[in-house]
Ligand binder design. Structure first.
Ligand code: ATP
Ligand code: MG
Length: 652
């Protein structure tokens, strides 16, 4: 971004008060903000008491060598014990931890007592395979209970896991195995996705032929699909051979609060993924607290469902560690939302009586495109709270979500955070905040966020700039694995002493925060910085548009010209396109002002997305500027780019 701060174009006047009953019984009230403001470290020290420590910490934060933080440094705990055993010891062993739903329709229920036995067996198996405290274990799995068990087993013995999303290629897996220097890989023969068995083991076999993966001694393989697998004797072992015969008792050992818990690579939306390191005590404190506060979880009665893949940070923090630390009952679903039919998610919510549902804008927009009549066929009355994460949610999608999934009455919490932040940072509190569609609004109690301009001055209300975090937080990344310098350069060099998130944001007239997309994506048009998010939201607010991606393409007259790629809804795709394009350009001009009027609008069938569902604007920018495409390895489907290129008029 340059001199001029980000323009504030979008006006959103809709407000939704918390339901009275939720507010009256909310886990967290407005008082928490006061308390944390008065004594931030005292607030976090109190939240750390949600956990069971074998040695209670006496020091909350050591910030003597910033930005290398140490939280609860002299405390000791076992993360898996906190997520499993202590609930059994408290008499809740019969409570369901996981309702697993396989894509083909098979299902399985694990209580906390069963989970304790499974995790103990897996921990014993890893020990038998020679995994020692500190050894890294790569996990390349479908969304099945063994994946959660494997992660907790690693945590139990102090072996940091590195989960690699099961949709990644052998190359992506090899780079991540190499970077983390993993000693064991846990995988499955395959998993079910989009209606068929999709193999995983061949990618592991291939990855392990690549240089830099020689230190992998064993591959532990879960049988899920029963498909044929190649076998390397001495290296490969079946989960059912090795894990099943272990003792179901294992005494957890306590580790330092700063013991590494996991390495996780970022989604790669903006470039080469970064190996983010998270540690134990601070991470677990913040994910447990935020899961309690933002989702208002009542462990005795709620059924929680986060639809993310465990391969992403959302899955780590809000499928595995946060909910289980809080003793939640949750749903784990293996497949895609449209297998075998487009109502599958709603069917699952009906089946398990899900009360809290957490998903991503990309999925919400897909459901909008498929039509309101699909969720209407199911009983979604159990839902009492909805959450969103991963991208800015367009106000229109937010309202649709509340209306068609939440019966027009459940609060929607838009949660901003990153792999690097470990847990939710900016979000409404469902019992406190009057929500605004499209805005993450306020930093959580104990979190300090603001928006700065180029000169590192806080922007006044009503203006935009760069989102920064001004105080350390418990679940912050500790470094980029093996690369302290990149950690410093990426996050701590742009603004002295403050964490630079890489996202653009604005404060509205009430001081609430709106996320405006990646700083790298911000467009400069005739001297004004314009956010991709605002132009996209204006397009999506037109009834003919299902999804939009906007980029600034270099243009000699206006510096950058706004170029929009849109997916049209149902019948709009068949109408006269030239007329519609003109209408859409005028619609944006009316919503945001003439400065934001796109110079080109191109209807397309698909948009390029990362495997976590985020739009990859840099590739669209390459297209708009007639350049060769950059790195496409984290793309879901590289044929999408060919499709778009084919659809474009020959000139650029
Ligand atoms: P990379 O850092 O490798 O480019 P990534 O940033 O997509 O990948 P993640 O850590 O999975 O990797 O995503 C975090 C980013 O997602 C945030 O920085 C932000 O851009 C976006 N994001 C997440 N939640 C929200 C939200 N509620 N509103 C707006 N943007 C969000
Ligand atoms: Mg990022």
């Amino acid at each position: 971004m340059s001199n001029e701060s980000l323009a504030n174009l979008l006006r959103e006047e809709r407000r939704f008060e918390p339901p009275a009953e939720l507010a009256a019984n909310a886990n967290v009230t407005a008082e928490a903000y006061e308390q944390a403001r008065a004594d931030r470290l005292g607030f976090w020290a109190e939240q750390a008491r949600r956990l069971s420590w074998s040695t209670e910490p006496t020091e909350t934060l050591d910030w003597s060598n910033p930005p290398f933080a140490k939280w609860f440094q002299d405390g000791r705990l076992n993360v898996a014990y906190n997520c499993v055993d202590r609930h059994v010891e408290a008499g809740n062993g019969d409570r369901v931890a996981i309702h697993f739903e396989g894509e083909p329709g098979d299902s399985r229920t694990l209580t906390y007592a069963e989970l304790q036995r499974e995790v103990s067996k897996a921990a014993n198996a890893l020990l038998e395979l020679g995994v020692r405290t500190g050894d890294r274990v790569a996990v390349y799995m479908p969304m099945i209970p063994e994946t959660v068990v494997a992660m907790l087993a690693c945590a139990r013995i102090g072996a940091p896991h590195s989960v690699v999303f099961g949709g990644f290629s052998a190359d992506a897996l090899a780079t991540r195995i190499n970077d983390a220097d993993a000693r064991v890989v846990i995988t499955a023969d395959g998993g079910y996705r989009k209606g068929s068995a999709s193999a995983l083991k061949p990618a592991v076999d291939e990855a392990l032929t690549r240089p830099g993966t020689e230190n992998v001694r064993n591959v532990l393989v879960v049988r899920r699909t029963g498909q044929d697998v190649e076998w390397t004797e001495g290296r490969d072992v079946w989960w059912h051979d090795v894990v099943e015969r272990q003792s179901d008792e294992h005494t957890p050992e306590a580790f330092d609060a700063e013991h590494p818990l996991f390495i996780l690579y970022t989604s790669g939306t903006t470039g080469k993924p970064k190996g983010i390191l998270h540690t134990s005590g601070g991470y677990l404190t913040q994910v447990a607290y935020t899961h309690h506060a933002v989702f208002d979880l009542k462990p005795e009665t709620d059924v929680f469902w986060c639809s993310a893949d465990v391969g992403w940070v959302t899955g780590h923090s809000y499928i595995v560690y946060g909910p289980l630390a809080n003793g939640a009952t949750e749903v784990l679903y293996e497949g895609t939302p449209d297998s075998p039919h487009k109502g599958r998610w709603w069917e699952i919510i009906q089946k398990y009586g899900v009360t809290i549902f957490y998903t991503a804008p990309t999925a919400i927009r897909a459901c909008m495109k498929w039509g309101d009549d699909i969720p209407a066929e199911f009983d979604l009355s159990s839902l009492r709270l909805l959450g969103s994460v991963g991208e800015p949610i367009n106000p229109e999608a937010w309202v649709w979500y509340r209306e068609h999934i939440g019966a027009g009455s459940t609060p929607v919490v838009d949660t901003w955070w990153q792999t690097e932040t470990g847990g939710i940072m900016i979000s409404p509190l469902p019992g406190v905040t009057a929500t605004k569609p499209g805005s993450a609004q306020v930093a959580l109690p104990g979190i300090a966020a603001t928006v700065l301009d180029d000169e590192a001055r806080e922007v006044p209300d009503g203006s935009g700039g760069y989102l920064v975090l001004t105080e350390p937080w418990p679940s912050m990344l500790r470094t980029i694995w093996g690369d302290d310098q990149r950690f410093l350069d990426t996050y701590w060099s742009r603004f002295e002493g403050r964490y630079f998130a890489g996202d653009g944001a604005k404060k509205d007239d009430d001081g609430d925060i709106w996320l405006l997309g990646r700083v790298d994506d911000v467009m400069l048009v005739s001297g004004h910085n314009i956010s991709t998010t605002e132009v996209e939201s204006a397009l999506v607010s037109h009834p003919s548009v299902a999804e939009a991606a906007v980029v600034g393409a270099t243009d000699p007259q206006t510096t950058q010209a706004i170029c929009a790629f849109v997916i049209l809804r149902g019948s709009a795709a068949e109408t006269e396109q030239d007329e519609l394009v003109t209408e859409l350009r005028n619609h944006v001009a009316k919503q945001l002002g003439p400065i934001a009027k796109p110079s080109r609008i191109l209807p397309v069938a698909e948009l390029p997305k990362t495997r976590s569902g985020k739009i990859m604007r840099r590739l669209l920018r390459d297209i708009a500027e007639n350049r060769e495409l950059g790195d496409v390895t984290t793309l879901t489907d590289s044929s999408v780019m060919e499709l778009i290129q084919k659809q474009l008029p020959a000139s650029g």
